[in-house]
Design a binder for this molecule. Structure first.
Ligand code: FAD
Length: 471
């Protein structure tokens, strides 16, 4: 049990709030406090004055109203995959895991998704109707937070960002009001939330579009690290010729020496090419992947795959852990870019990190039918560097990541993707997630909907000075 000073909130206030809220209201020292604030990312945990386990919009309204009246910051957590990004110190943390529900409408190809729902639940509900959401590499992520942060999906090159396909949002703003926002109702707030994530309120539900996808041609080709230069070079030439239906990434991964990893790969430094091809036709997929197969993989799981099994493509960890990451958005890449990355990420490096390039472009490069705040649509690759803290020290990892990010700087667009911003990306980097004019507009909308900046335990967009107001 954690005990730390919580003089900000009195016992009487906790009691009063408990009477208004159906879910638990927990302070440090309470037996259930640690479990309620725990998330997937264990490196930096939220340490709020109060955790409110919301069961629905009414609980969220009560918690936000209370925090607003006391000038306390409000943070939100669904699954805690991004809690290392900015961990709340004090204030009120609203957890949404009890708000997990999906309402499907197969006819309009839409789903109404509550705040704490994970993608795997949406996929389970949508697949019997032959439909799929724009979920990402890991099906256990929170659907709402992922979408509000942009949402780079397995099939995004063909469809765009998940945020591009939100129809309506239900949100509790800083004044405690539950608002129904859409293109024709509070359009500024609707624009800002889709990309501005947790800066404008607590979204209690979203209505999203679904797509007719049941199978993919997908999986991973794994090569020995000795072939890294050849694979990265061939991958870049190959990716440049691919249609929008082909989604892929390449990553250098040092696999741990543990029984969960199959024998030919266990403990080896490897290169993974991940494939998610949306043709629904294995012959086309096979033809498109053939040039990469010709390099000679030591493991090849690429084949016809049910969308419900698409989490196996990246095989992202499901067990909570501690990690550090950094990110950059890149333009077109050449052989010099590959050399720059491999020089710093090979088996000889003391910090075992994953470096990854996700192929962008296609529909991601186009503005959506209803414009939103998601920026950096000119980028061609998303670059990530990730290290598990169990396998190296933070004091070693931070400078190692900084060196890798610096090495790709000549190819950087200067942008970053909000969903992959981590602790190392301080508040000063938030504007890089947006185009300059969009960032200015966001600060103006913030001044209207959250003038006191109660939603500040996040990658914060501060309200523009001198322009506050209420709606
Ligand atoms: C293994 C792994 C794989 C990933 N793969 C992808 C990927 O393929 N594509 C991609 O785009 N991203 C990916 N991400 C990043 C991921 O989308 C973000 O970390 C996302 O924010 C996680 O959402 P969560 O609900 O799971 O986490 P949480 O930590 O619970 O929430 C994340 C953020 O969203 C905010 N938030 C949560 N709920 C709400 C709400 N109801 N209203 C407003 N704000 C809210 C929180 O304030 C928090 O800052 C991945 C991350 C991990 C760790």
């Amino acid at each position: 049990m954690t005990r730390f000073n919580t003089s900000t909130v009195s016992a009487a206030e906790i009691e009063a709030l408990t009477r208004q809220i159906t879910g638990p209201v927990l302070a440090p020292g309470d037996d259930r406090y640690d479990a309620e604030r725990a998330g997937f990312q264990t490196a930096r945990r939220h340490r709020p004055d109060l955790v409110v386990g919301a069961t629905g919009p009414a609980d969220v309204r009560a918690a936000v109203t209370y925090a607003g009246s006391r000038g306390l910051a409000v943070a939100v957590q669904a699954t805690g995959h991004a809690s290392a990004a900015v961990a709340a110190e004090g204030g009120v943390l609203i957890t949404t895991s009890r708000m997990s529900a999906v309402r499907m409408d197969a006819e309009t190809r839409t789903a109404w998704v509550a705040a704490g729902t994970r993608w795997d639940q949406v996929i389970r509900e949508a697949q019997p109707a032959g439909l799929a959401p724009l979920s990402g590499s890991a099906p256990h992520l929170g659907a709402v937070s992922y979408t509000l942060g942009g949402g780079l999906a397995l099939l995004s090159r063909g469809y765009g960002y998940a945020a591009d396909h939100v129809r309506r949002l239900e949100v509790v703003t800083a004044d405690g009001r539950l608002r129904h926002v859409a293109h024709d109702s509070e359009p500024d707030l609707f624009w800002a939330l889709r990309g501005g994530r947790d800066n404008f309120g607590v979204v209690t539900a979203m209505e999203i579009e679904l797509f007719p996808v049941t199978t993919l041609y997908g999986g991973a080709l794994v090569f020995p690290a000795g072939k890294a230069a050849e694979v990265f070079g061939a991958y870049l030439r190959w990716a440049a010729t691919m249609p929008e239906t082909m989604n892929s990434s390449v990553a250098l991964i040092s696999l741990p020496d543990v029984p969960a990893i199959p024998e030919p790969l266990r403990g080896r430094h490897t290169v993974h090419v991940r494939i998610a091809c949306a043709t629904g036709d294995p012959e086309t997929g096979e033809r498109l992947v053939a040039p990469l197969r010709a390099i000679g993989a030591i493991s090849d799981t690429v084949g016809e795959l049910a969308y419900a099994e698409a989490g196996s493509i990246y095989n992202d960890p499901v067990v909570p852990g501690a990690f550090e990451a950094d990110t950059a958005m890149l333009g077109e890449l050449d052989a010099a870019a590959v050399r720059a990355v491999l020089d710093l990420a090979g088996p000889h490096e003391p910090v075992p990190h994953i470096v990854e390039l996700r192929h962008l472009g296609g529909r991601l490069a186009h503005p959506p039918a209803v414009d939103n705040a998601v920026g950096n649509r000119d980028a061609r690759y998303l670059f990530n560097v990730v290290s598990r803290l169990e396998r190296a020290d933070l004091a070693e990892i931070r400078p190692a990541h900084a060196r890798v990010i610096e090495a790709v700087a000549p190819w950087s667009t200067g942008g970053r993707f909000l969903n992959f911003m981590n602790g190392a990306n301080g508040a000063a980097r938030v504007p890089s997630a947006y185009d300059a004019a969009a960032y200015r507009r966001l600060t103006g909308i913030k001044a209207i909907y959250d003038p006191e900046n109660i939603f500040r335990s996040n990658h914060n967009i501060p309200p523009v000075e001198g322009r506050t107001g209420s709606r």
